[in-house]
Design a binder for this molecule. Structure first.
Ligand code: ATP
Ligand SMILES: Nc1nc2c(ncn2[C@@H]2O[C@H](COP(=O)(O)O)[C@@H](O)[C@H]2O)c(=O)[nH]1
Length: 207
């Protein structure tokens, strides 16, 4: 007879998908988890064809690649999912997720809604978290203040945000929706949502 409890334990902790509009605060929250819980969480470093922003590091924030390299890797089946967002390609490689899983860490994926839909067709079985901005007006202000986007990119991101904020209402897509108004509150809610997986890894690490 199959021992499902043992199989579940051997499968390691469940990954976490953070999705939500560009500027909602996904990377800010992911960085807080990675900082507070060293040796518990690991980041799935995505590939992208967009240019690095000031302060971003190749291999840490993203693997920055050309369209040709990215398309070739996708064609070879090296990606779990990929999408075009705001005119650039983004994708989660199998190797990026495996690298985190090999260390028995909770794998954080920061991906857009297309990625969420694609991951749902895989056996990754993550916890799906939607990070919601308090309003589109506040989202726009945060994106403008971040000073990373051209006006064209900003408008594309705001358009995508409007669509996302409708889709996230569909029942069953996300396990939890967290409104990122006050950052400390949002972070506390995120930790609460992930406490079971966090404790699982803490227990393994201390045994
Ligand atoms: N609760 C908050 N209150 C005020 N500012 C915030 C809050 N959370 C995040 N920010 C700021 O909003 C901006 C956008 O946040 P962040 O870059 O984390 O968003 P993101 O969802 O990761 O965006 P993208 O999808 O484009 O990578 C950043 O400048 C960040 O410092
Ligand atoms: N489907 C995927 N979406 C991804 C991936 N990595 C990041 N993203 C999403 O792209 C937008 C824009 O990111 P930015 O860094 O250019 O601001 C954001 O919504 C991310 O969540 C990925 O591998 N797959």
């Amino acid at each position: 007879m199959r021992d499902y409890t043992k199989e579940k334990a051997m499968a390691g902790p469940r990954p976490v998908v953070l999705s939500g509009p560009s500027g909602a605060g996904k990377s800010t929250l992911a960085k807080k988890l990675l900082e507070e819980y060293k040796g518990i969480f690991g980041f799935s470093v995505s590939h992208t064809t967009r240019n690095p922003r000031s302060g971003e590091e190749n291999g840490k924030d993203y693997h920055y690649v050309t369209r040709e390299v990215m398309q070739d890797s996708i064609d070879k089946g090296e990606f779990i999912e990929s999408a075009v967002f705001s005119g650039n390609m983004y994708g989660t490689s199998k190797a990026s997720v495996q690298a985190v899983k090999d260390k028995n860490l909770i794998c954080i994926l920061d991906i857009d809604m297309q990625g969420v839909r694609a991951v749902k067709t895989t056996d990754l079985n993550p916890i799906y978290v939607y990070i919601q901005p308090p309003s589109l007006t506040i989202l726009e202000k945060r994106l403008r203040d971040r000073k990373t986007e051209s006006e064209e990119s900003l408008q594309k991101r705001l358009e995508a945000a409007q669509v996302d904020m409708e889709i996230c209402k569909e029942p069953g897509i996300f396990d939890i929706i967290i409104v990122n108004d006050d950052l400390d509150n949002a972070y506390a809610k995120l930790k609460q949502a992930l406490i079971e997986e966090i404790e699982k890894v803490q227990k393994i690490n201390s045994s």
